[in-house]
Design a protein around this ligand. Structure first.
Ligand code: N01
Length: 494
């Protein structure tokens, strides 16, 4: 499919966010002028890209799926990456989105033209204009590889967990894994039995709790197919349980030690070596960093052919990794499980607002927006999974669907009222962010005594949503025009 010269709504990214929005727009008007550009070869976003062994969702799939597209085909309560990717491709086909996606088309630059109230967009496949741009590029899509001394001298193979090298066989190899977050706990148990030796470099131990996963039985799937209301009720109960957890995290309540008791018992059950248990015991309050869910990570670290190094990293040599106490660990392959760069999204460098400066120049490493969705100085731009929309307890799909409702309502308001441009007022954005930061004060992310990627260059937590997700939904259920400066098309032409 080639690019048109002009489109009304240009969505950048065909992952859960962009697909959910496009599906909603098409549901309310199949003729809607909406186009998705996608830098990858297919839809699917993070579930297309992350293909590391053992990759699975750590949120129950009953909740981590579109509310408008329930599926009775999940293999487990926590679905695996291949089936989530398949699910997204099916939704794209079933909803008609697929015919609106231009793949292998990366956004390079988008400049707001205030006189014409239009975005001039340059992509890797040509240029076009758009009335509205929606950045649905994901917060956790750009892999972060630490700038380690000597990395370029390493003689073996290196890759990041999010860009797994499937052509490289780890069988019989000595492998270093740097990082012990949500991705590492999923793939290390998968590669350890094949590798000759795995050395895991841990900077900070994480709290790990059991993943209450099980195979979904055929009778259960049949029941869901015949009685979708039952599946809906399951989704509702999972959601309610998670909201209760959200309240505990958000208010750093006295219930948190209960989770610590579960995590400590899990560690005792899985790791026999007391010295290893000591290394794996965090010194911050549970929930301060994302709790990890795994039934085999801790046990794997107790294997004789797996070593946990918690001494810190000094650098890389031609033959391996040197830790902070000077020991060289000779390896054939280094796998970076070092996460992403949510507070420095590349899309922020591509978008230029009313003053000609990029979003990244405005943010200076400390992102802020109104309702995580709109930004002063950037009319007709909507962000999905923007600042302060990430969760520690529930499904991001719920947040994205809330944003989809808000954006669709804004698009309807533009069409019905002859509006050329909406721009959120500085005052509304300032007040909103002050409220969010104040709400974050009492949370475990703030009070839990850890450092995490939730904190940005200015030391603000610009990543987490501070409270229950239903509060986010209620704030976004209606496009609040009163907080925006609107410019009519008639004024535009005058
Ligand atoms: O990345 P992470 P991830 N030197 O940022 C360490 C989502 N996700 O890819 O804790 C040494 O969690 C870092 O150490 P520390 C989920 O939201 C979802 O695992 O910062 N170590 C940490 O151990 C998750 O939160 C699913 O001290 C360095 C690790 O690398 C997010 O993706 C599944 C380092 C990075 O952990 C990211 O997860 C998987 C350095 N310079 C992931 N820099 C679902 O199932 C970093 N580290 C939905």
């Amino acid at each position: 499919m080639s690019l048109p010269q002009h489109v009304h709504t240009l969505v950048v990214g065909a992952g859960f966010a962009g697909m959910g929005l496009a599906a909603r727009i098409l549901r309310s008007g199949p003729e809607a002028d909406v186009l998705i550009i996608e830098r990858g070869h297919d839809v699917g976003g993070t579930w297309r890209d992350n293909t590391y062994p053992g990759c699975a969702c750590d949120v129950p799939t009953s909740l981590y799926s579109f509310s408008f597209a329930p599926s009775a085909d999940w293999s487990h309560t926590f679905a695996r990456q291949p089936e989530i990717y398949r699910y997204l491709k099916k939704v794209a086909a079933d909803t008609g989105i697929l015919s609106r996606v231009v793949t292998d088309c990366a956004l390079e630059q988008a400049d707001w033209d205030d006189a014409k109230a239009v975005w001039h967009v340059r992509t890797s496949r040509g240029s076009l204009t758009a009335d509205v741009v929606v950045a649905a590029t994901g917060a956790l899509s750009t892999p972060s590889i630490p700038d380690m001394p000597g990395l370029d001298t390493f003689g073996g193979t290196t890759f990041h967990s999010a860009t797994w090298n499937h052509d490289h066989d780890l069988t019989g190899e000595r492998v270093a894994v740097i990082g012990t977050g949500a991705s590492a706990v999923q793939f290390v148990p998968e590669i350890a039995p094949r590798a000759k030796h795995v050395t895991v470099f841990q900077r900070t131990p994480a709290w790990v709790i059991p993943r209450l996963d099980r195979v979904l039985s055929d009778p259960e799937k049949r029941l869901y197919r015949r009685m979708p209301l039952v599946q809906k009720a399951v989704r509702g109960s999972v959601y309610s349980f998670r909201e209760a957890l959200g309240g505990v995290l958000a208010h750093a309540t006295g219930l948190l030690p209960l989770f610590e008791m579960v995590a400590k018992a899990h560690l005792r059950r899985q790791v026999r070596d007391p010295e290893l248990r000591r290394k794996l015991t965090p010194d911050f309050t549970i929930g301060c960093k994302r709790m990890l869910l795994s039934n085999d990570w801790l046990r794997t670290l107790d294997r004789p052919d797996v070593t946990l190094v918690d001494a810190g990293l000094a650098g890389i040599t031609e033959d391996g990794v040197v830790d902070a106490v000077g020991n060289e660990h000779k390896v054939d392959t280094i796998i970076f499980a070092t996460g992403f760069t949510p507070t420095e999204p590349p899309v922020a460098h591509a978008l230029r607002g009313t003053d000609g400066h990029t979003l990244a120049e405005h943010w200076k490493g400390s992102p802020h927006a109104y309702k995580g969705t709109t930004v002063t100085g950037f009319p007709n731009l909507f962000l999905m999974y923007g600042p302060n929309t990430n969760l520690g307890h529930s499904s991001i799909v719920y947040m994205l669907e809330s944003q989809s409702a808000y954006i669709t309502d804004a698009l309807d308001a533009m069409r019905d009222n002859d509006i050329a441009a909406f721009e959120v007022t500085e005052e509304a954005q300032r007040r909103y962010n002050a409220r969010i930061q104040s709400g974050l004060q009492s949370t475990v992310w703030n009070k839990g005594g850890c450092s995490s990627w939730y904190y940005d260059a200015e030391g603000r937590n610009s990543v987490q949503w501070p409270t229950f997700t239903f509060r986010f939904r209620s704030q976004l259920q209606r496009f609040d025009r009163e907080n925006y400066v609107a410019r009519r098309k008639s004024e535009q032409e005058a």
